[in-house]
Design a protein around this ligand. Structure first.
Ligand code: CA
Length: 363
């Protein structure tokens, strides 16, 4: 008979029991008890909806073992391999945390590796006020709470979302959330747009988060980006001058940079945005004031192929598609070839692209 690999597994949880929202660390020992060498892979069970108590594994913890983009782990006949997988259990109602993965030998013999541990319910809550921040101070003032705002919370485990609508006092309420990080989204209301922060839900506590509606930033924020040199080469550090002006009569807050929405490969990379960094608190600009910054970025290799390096960024709320957009470009010509016996340039590499524009378009 043809020799075949055969996998056996053992699962060791890092704790005897878990609570909703806990991190779960599993030590998985795989032994090839067959008589043929093999390469082992693993993956989650198929489908977006997993069974109650499912432990959602961190992508990073799969490493080489992962079927979809890992090289697999060679396992000789009789040999063992130990791998640590880390994840989160988010179920509020299940009685057990369920570790469940599919193991594969040579990518086609499969085994279901499953183990359970006791799970205890733990929950927190989220509540707050939706308001139209008419004076831009990010505080709920008299007359600012707004009813009828549709608030959606989600977390990254499975397909979880829940919706609440704010009441006459602008209050919204989400009882019974798993104690994990959630994301908040509020639909635009009468042309006002809302910040969509992330919030950590803690066991036994109600996170109080007021959600500010603001006018679309392109109504009162102008944005300009400029290069400081006439041309660049791939690998150069290019400095970009950023000028943001508040032309309105309300303070603008939470401004961050969101670049290369078109996904072009001649766009600067590794831009050091500092206070404007995506995901950070952003900057605020008072009415009538201008903010200026110099930010360095790297000219990508592809810029030479396109003959140009670009920057194209929207500035404003992360959650908005109504931010002002600024773009500019500079030539990134093929390297000049100089004749050693002549001062004459042999390449016509002096073409310049100095387009700079600031527009209030939408992405
Ligand atoms: Ca206010």
């Amino acid at each position: 008979m043809e020799p075949l690999p055969h996998l056996q597994y053992a699962v060791q949880f890092d704790k005897p029991s878990y609570k909703t929202g806990d991190r779960v660390v599993v030590t998985l020992t795989i032994t090839n008890t067959g008589d043929a060498d093999t390469v082992v892979h693993g993956r989650e069970p198929h489908g977006p909806d997993h069974e109650p108590g499912f432990v959602y594994l961190d992508y990073e913890s799969w490493g080489d073992l992962y079927l979809h983009d890992g090289d697999g782990v060679p396992l000789a006949a009789g040999a063992s391999y130990t791998h640590e997988l880390r994840g989160t259990v988010v179920d509020l109602d299940a009685a057990e945390a369920v570790f469940d993965v599919t193991l594969l030998a040579d990518k086609h013999h499969t085994w279901d590796a499953r183990a359970t541990a006791p799970l205890e319910r733990a929950e927190g809550a989220l509540a707050g006020t939706t308001y139209l921040d008419r004076n831009g101070n990010r505080v709920v003032d008299a007359g600012e709470p707004v009813a009828g705002a549709k608030v959606t919370v989600s977390h990254p485990y499975g397909e979880f979302t829940r919706v609440a609508v704010s009441d006459a006092q602008g209050r919204y309420d989400f009882p019974g959330l798993a104690p994990v990080r959630h994301f908040i989204r509020v639909d635009a209301l009468d042309g006002w747009e809302f910040e969509g922060p992330g919030v950590d839900i803690a066991e036994g506590e109600t996170a109080e988060v007021d959600l500010a509606g603001v006018r679309p930033f392109k109504e009162s924020l102008t944005a300009q980006v400029e290069f400081t040199m006439e041309e660049y080469q791939p690998g150069d550090t290019a400095e970009v001058l950023v000028t943001l002006a508040n032309t309105g009569d309300v303070r603008l807050a939470g401004i961050t940079a969101h670049c290369n929405g078109a996904g072009t490969d001649e766009h600067l990379v590794d831009i050091q945005w500092g206070d404007l960094a995506y995901g950070g608190p952003g900057i605020a600009i008072q009415p009538g004031r201008t903010y200026r910054a110099r930010v360095p970025g790297t000219v990508p290799e592809a810029a030479r192929r396109h003959g140009v390096a670009t920057v194209a960024c929207a500035f404003g709320l992360e959650s908005s598609t109504n931010n002002p957009i600024a773009r500019t470009s500079r030539a990134c010509p093929a390297r000049r070839v100089r004749s050693p016996s002549s001062r004459t340039r042999t390449a016509t590499a002096t073409a310049r692209s100095t387009r700079t524009s600031a527009s209030a378009g939408s992405t």
